[in-house]
Ligand binder design. Structure first.
Ligand code: NAP
Ligand code: MG
Length: 499
């Protein structure tokens, strides 16, 4: 921890001291195999923790615990009591906010401003939002059209045991998004965080225990996607998979889940278009495009990676973006003045760098950035300059594929029909942005874009009440809002003969 900034967080250091165990049936247990993996600090390359590595056997134990808790305890726990426990967890998380922000930054490289003011309060708010839903799931009485003296109604019931698999880019928030809705609806849960960022999920496990959730209602298994991830997706004792991650892995999960016909929600990759028309408030549009691209080092599924700018203002916009990128403070994510931290891993850094090289070979111009940063302060970390590419065609690799790093593609356009067609020229459909002062233009673009979320004169804004999900190959189903909890329930129809 030599290169951390300011006073190290003592609670976190204490937490990191022991090899981290898995949380199964209310107890902290080592993996059956006894295998261990290491978690690294992406800012320094140093090992910050050792974690037990689970396998199929550990998933079996977790499924057994989750099934028993579902049948024996959780399904008999009243919605009001489920709500109370979720509120209690939210309160505990809030009171430990700083520990979570610090640990999240240490483990994942997300800047401390983002973890402190974005991810951690966001997780607290999300728990509270779904705590409210626990008591508001209702069925309907149905007037029958076929006659007879019947009382017919529907009721919503939980699905059972949910296997929840999350990526590394906002680990705590990602975990909480996979936890609150299923629990509120009466399911039990097995969490599988990314191997690269399991620590805040494990720390949350301590609060889940302290809040008093019955044993087995929440279980945390740690290890690789290839072993425990696959064990979860193919396990006959699991009823639903909630997955956030890459489209490639998502497709594999869908195939595997088919054998036992599991319900699935998939939140997958993106290559989101962001469109600036010449009539837009350009100051706001440029700020929005920049923030929508480079927040969290571009490691955001909805990042506006394809920026289309109307020809008349193309130079003005790109000049400003380049200037902003060159002024951006890249560095230690624990420093509150840092604007961009390291990428998650050395391998990912090399992948992103390779995309930049391929872009050059395909004729792109690198307007700024493109280099790995290696000065003394940053040595050991996975730092890349914020990068802006132009002179790109729609078929270029950098325009087509999800890079998941700080690489923006900027392209000019001339007509609204042309930009709509180009914006939709992707297999993804996660999100999109449009900047204009014309309501007519905005509506035309909103209706034509194939994306699960469209932002107008803003970018990245999300809300617990607003469904979030991908079109096309960006996903199936949605999180947030009523849709987010409905996805963890099934409808039972009841017919009572009144004669
Ligand atoms: P990933 O490689 O797909 O991994 C996601 C999770 O799945 C990790 O926990 C991973 O485990 C696990 N996994 C890997 N292979 C698996 C398998 N065969 N079976 C079951 N689980 C498996 O994605 P990532 O690199 O962590 O995250 C980046 C991706 O997530 C990007 O594509 C991004 O767009 C997407 N994402 C989407 C959203 C959204 O809401 N749409 C939000 C955030 C991120 P290990 O890594 O531990 O082995
Ligand atoms: Mg790490």
């Amino acid at each position: 921890m030599s290169k951390t900034l300011g006073a190290p967080n003592q609670n976190v250091i204490t937490f990191l001291f022991d090899t981290k165990k898995m949380f199964i049936n209310g107890e902290w247990v080592p993996s059956v195999s006894g295998k261990i993996y290491e978690s690294l600090n992406p800012a320094t390359g140093e090992v910050i923790a050792k974690i037990y590595e689970g396998d199929k056997e550990d998933v079996d134990l977790a499924v057994r615990a989750a099934r028993a808790a579902y049948i024996g305890t959780w399904s008999a726990t009243s919605p009001a009591d489920r709500s109370k426990l979720l509120h209690k967890l939210a309160d505990l998380l809030e009171s430990h906010s700083e520990d979570f922000a610090y640990l999240e930054t240490l483990d994942g490289g997300n800047s401390i401003n983002l973890t402190r003011h974005g991810f951690v309060p966001g997780a607290v708010a999300h728990l509270r939002y779904y705590a409210g839903w626990a008591t508001k799931l209702t069925g309907q009485t149905i007037p029958l059209t076929s006659g007879g003296n019947f009382h017919a109604y529907t009721q919503r019931e939980p699905l059972g045991v949910c296997g929840q698999i999350t990526p590394w880019n906002y680990p705590l928030l990602g975990t909480v998004w996979k936890l609150a809705a299923p629990l509120a609806a009466g399911n039990t849960v097995i969490l599988k965080p990314s191997q690269q960022t399991s620590l805040t999920t494990l720390l949350l496990g301590e609060l889940i225990q302290e809040a008093g959730f019955p044993n087995g209602v929440v279980n945390i298994v740690t290890g690789s996607g290839r072993s425990i991830g696959e064990a979860i997706t193919s396990h006959p004792g699991i009823d639903k998979i909630g997955f956030t991650g890459s489209t490639e892995v998502g497709k594999g999960i869908m195939k595997k889940s088919a054998d036992t016909l599991k319900k699935i929600t998939l939140e997958l990759g993106g290559k989101s278009p962001n469109i600036i028309f010449a009539d837009a408030d350009l100051d706001k549009a440029i700020q929005g495009a920049f923030m929508g691209m480079f927040t969290n080092q571009g490691q955001i599924c909805v990042a506006g990676t394809r920026l289309y700018v109307e020809k008349q203002v193309f130079k003005q916009v790109t000049d400003r973006l380049v200037e902003m990128a060159q002024k951006m403070k890249v560095g230690n994510p624990l420093d509150p003045t840092t604007q961009m931290g390291p990428l998650i891993s050395k391998e990912h850094l090399q992948t992103v760098k390779k995309y930049i090289e391929i872009a050059r070979q395909e004729g792109a111009t690198v307007l700024t950035g493109g280099n790995i940063l290696q000065d003394d302060n940053l040595a050991g970390g996975n730092y890349l300059e914020p990068t802006i590419l132009t002179d790109l065609e729609e078929y270029c690799t950098a325009v087509k594929e999800e890079i998941f790093g700080p690489v923006l593609c900027v392209m000019p356009f001339e007509h609204i029909e042309e930009v709509i067609e180009r914006a939709n020229l992707t297999e993804y459909g996660l999100a999109a942005g449009v900047w204009t002062q014309s309501l007519t233009t905005a509506h035309k673009v909103i209706n034509a874009l194939e994306a699960g979320t469209v932002w107008v004169n803003t970018y990245l804004k999300s809300d617990n009440g607003l469904p979030f999900g991908g079109f096309k190959q960006s996903g199936i189903g949605a999180e947030m809002g009523y849709q987010g909890i409905e996805a963890y329930t099934k409808t039972k129809s009841v017919l009572i003969n009144l004669n």
